[in-house]
Design a protein around this ligand. Structure first.
Ligand SMILES: NC(=O)c1ccc[n+]([C@@H]2O[C@H](COP(=O)([O-])OP(=O)(O)OC[C@H]3O[C@@H](n4cnc5c(N)ncnc54)[C@H](OP(=O)(O)O)[C@@H]3O)[C@@H](O)[C@H]2O)c1
Length: 320
């Protein structure tokens, strides 16, 4: 697979990464062996960027990722995140950041993480203090690159002035476009971009079902895009995109990922899947190049994204 530079501070990864969250959180029950096999399949197919977080099971997801990559850890980039508490509160105090990293290193079975992201901005801790704490971990060799997730332009600039930010991770897909307003800031500061939920939490794969049909633990039961009214409109757009993908001998998942890759050379999406076959399908998107004409046809189907908000109100990040 092709490589991409994520920002101008030295981080290089595969053009498509892998997100491990779904193995432990958000999308219903999972089989650990399937998760391990999916991660290993991704590596076999050229993926080198693997994304996890403390939040994804407070040890469970990081342990599983560490186990999966044991034989090839030095050939990949591991990204993890700090800053959430188990009750979905926030804690980015420097002492806590250091404690989380030590736990993450132990769970992952490694002596460094390649990207250490603040998972959400913590209004109780100045971002300069967060950047300073991560900077010290970089100086100590425990972290290679600093990342932010769901941060706004002013926060990014303030953090960057203390410790260069290599990468921003925020939701971005054919269904979710708000982050495009931050692209000029990222370009100016030389920051790479990792779109999360690049398949719209599975909606952009053609497999969406009505909300009530998902497991009790699956967040799509309450996701606004799955609720009656929005759901039917989103299904219609997905059907149109599926027809367009067929004309390209591709699947809608591949079209959705290729569209992200076409948005900029500094963009590396991290689709998540617990199935080896679906991982292979997603990786196939790296071989699909969309022409300007294809991009116009996609824009005609979905000019501004999907119908419905990306989170229920209480979880919607507000950027500063
Ligand atoms: N920074 C943040 O706050 C944040 C928030 C959310 C996510 N993330 C990161 O971003 C990663 C990806 O996002 P995501 O997992 O939320 O959403 P996603 O990648 O958009 O979609 C994942 C869903 O799509 C399904 N899927 C994937 N490929 C498929 C295919 N080819 N055909 C059919 N279904 C397919 C998966 O099911 P199966 O597993 O059953 O295949 C899963 O239900 C996460 O794993 C996590 O690392 C970060």
């Amino acid at each position: 697979m092709q490589k991409r530079q994520l920002g101008r501070y030295g981080l290089e990864t595969s053009a498509i990464g892998y997100g491990a969250m779904g193995i432990s959180l958000a999308y219903g029950p999972s089989d650990e062996q399937d998760g391990l096999a999916a991660i290993r399949k991704a590596f076999e197919l050229g993926v080198t960027l693997f994304d996890t977080a403390e939040l994804y099971g407070f040890g469970a997801n990081e342990k599983l990722l560490g186990q999966a990559v044991k034989g090839f850890r030095d050939d990949i980039q591991i990204a993890t995140k700090f800053g959430y508490t188990p009750d979905f509160g926030l804690d980015s105090h420097p002492a806590h950041i250091r404690e989380v990293l030590d736990n993450s290193l132990r769970y992952l079975g490694t002596d460094h993480v390649d990207v250490f992201y603040q998972h959400r901005v913590d209004p109780a801790v100045p971002i300069e203090d967060v950047a300073g704490a991560v900077g010290e971990l970089i100086a100590a060799g425990k972290v290679r690159y600093f990342g932010l997730s769901e941060a706004g332009p002013s926060t990014i600039r303030r953090a960057h002035a203390v410790q260069p930010v290599s990468v921003l991770q925020t939701e971005y897909s054919l269904f979710e476009r708000d982050v495009e307003t931050l692209f000029p800031t990222l370009t100016e500061l030389g920051i790479g971009f990792v779109p999360y939920s690049p398949l719209g939490r599975g909606f952009l794969t053609g497999t969406a079902r009505p909300a009530s049909q998902y497991d009790e633990t699956d967040m799509r039961r309450t996701d606004p895009r799955w609720q009656p009214g929005n759901f039917e409109k989103n299904l219609k757009s997905v059907a149109q995109l599926t027809d367009l993908a067929k004309e390209m001998d591709a699947t809608i998942s591949q079209l959705a990922l290729a569209w992200l890759l076409a948005q900029g050379e500094n963009v590396v999406p991290i689709p998540g899947s617990r199935s080896q076959a679906r991982v292979a399908e997603n990786v196939g998107a790296a071989s699909l190049t969309l022409t300007p004409g294809d991009l116009e046809r996609i824009a005609a189907i979905l000019p501004d994204g999907g119908h419905g908000a990306r989170y229920v109100e209480s979880f919607l990040p507000h950027w500063d």
